[in-house]
Design a protein around this ligand. Structure first.
Ligand SMILES: Cc1ncc(COP(=O)(O)O)c(C=O)c1O
Length: 350
């Protein structure tokens, strides 16, 4: 189905449905000059790595990859053996939306934990920290968290610190899926480093695509974790871009002049506007606290169906009539107002 042939051009389905920010397009145009060495041995990539290190620290090792799934797989592949396990929330992207790629590619077991809000805590993790040194059990090795979570909620720095203490107690590593880390940092008024390297994260999947880039993510290794082997895994996992400058130039552009923050703040702000406009509507129930750029609501099925005939968006939990609406860097106030107006009409039975 191509929803855009028949229905509204602005969807509230995902920030992945947005286009590319003009400054990123401009950076791609600028990078499109002459020949440079491929696979990352070029000045633009060196500049982008320097830029990333300015945000996350000089010790950071940077590996650009194509996609968010690729970033998560490379990050986890680099820090686990196939006999080890990765603990994640049941709602984690690695658990639900990567088509079993972690199990297929890395071969390790995912231990998925049910949560109300998408967040892991020492309390919900501890019961699965068993079987150490027992050769019949996969060995717990990594806590993988998403910041923000797939439910749009964020871990506070205190919650991150508690996870780090637990990880230290059990000799575990922490991986963060930061496909939307910019939205979390913007929402919490903290730096990208505060929420990752300074919070004790070992390996970060750092997203760009959802925040205005065309494609490309970065895997960042912190804490001087050995990473000399990662370049080989990146190639084996088919994530080494030959024309690397076209990923790195986008990171350089999004991190220069705080474009990442401007875009993420805007997406969050539009989601807040949407929340304010719909929160008191009769027949609509908000199911998660709004903390970043995603809003989760329950609606009568007839309203969902009628609205979806005009706007593309995803079911979150079809059985509960729960859907997800998401705003992006290019969502405008008018998009929200027109969407809400139609929603109101449908809720009123018009
Ligand atoms: C939290 C999170 N992580 C990872 C990804 C994977 O990104 P990609 O679709 O580029 O593989 C997504 C995509 O929606 C996501 O929402």
């Amino acid at each position: 189905m191509n929803p855009f042939n028949t229905i509204s051009e602005h969807s509230f389905a995902s920030d992945n449905n947005a286009g590319v920010h003009p400054q990123i397009m401009e950076a791609l145009q600028q990078a499109n000059r002459g020949h440079v060495v491929g696979y990352g041995d070029d000045p633009i990539t060196q500049q982008a790595v320097k830029r990333i290190r300015a945000y996350f620290g000089a010790e950071t090792e940077v590996f650009f990859v194509y996609s968010g799934t690729g970033a998560n797989i490379l990050a986890l592949n680099a820090i686990t053996h196939s006999f080890e396990s990765v603990i994640c929330a049941q709602t984690a992207h690695i658990n639900v939306d990567e088509c079993g790629a972690p199990e297929k590619v890395i071969g390790c077991k995912l231990i998925d934990i049910p949560t109300a809000d998408g967040k892991l805590t020492p309390e919900n993790i501890k019961p699965v920290l068993t079987g150490f040194d027992f050769e019949h059990h996969s060995q717990p090795r990594v806590i993988s968290i998403s910041q923000p979570t797939e439910l749009g909620t964020v871990y506070s720095t205190e919650e991150l610190a508690a996870l780090r203490r637990l990880a230290d107690d059990y000799n575990l590593l922490i991986h963060m899926d930061g496909a939307r880390l910019a939205n979390a940092a913007a929402a919490m008024n903290l730096t990208l480093a505060d929420l990752s390297v300074r919070a004790g994260v070992d390996v970060l999947s750092f997203g760009g695509t959802k925040n205005g880039m065309m494609f490309g993510e970065a895997v960042l290794f912190f804490n001087r974790l050995p990473s000399a082997h990662v370049k080989y895994l990146r190639k084996q996992n088919m994530q080494l871009h030959s024309k690397m400058r076209f990923i790195s130039c986008q990171f350089e552009a999004i991190l220069r002049d705080d474009l990442w923050l401007i875009n993420a703040r805007h997406a969050n702000k539009m989601a807040r506007l949407l929340y304010e406009r719909v929160k008191d509507l009769p027949g609509l129930e908000i199911t998660q606290p709004l903390q970043t750029n995603a809003l989760f609501v329950r609606l009568p099925k007839t309203v969902i169906d009628a609205l979806r005939a005009e706007y593309f968006f995803y079911d979150w939990d079809e059985a509960r009539n729960e859907v997800r609406w998401m705003c992006a860097f290019d969502t405008q106030k008018e998009h929200v107002e027109v969407f809400v107006q139609r929603l109101k009409e449908l809720l009123a039975g018009k």
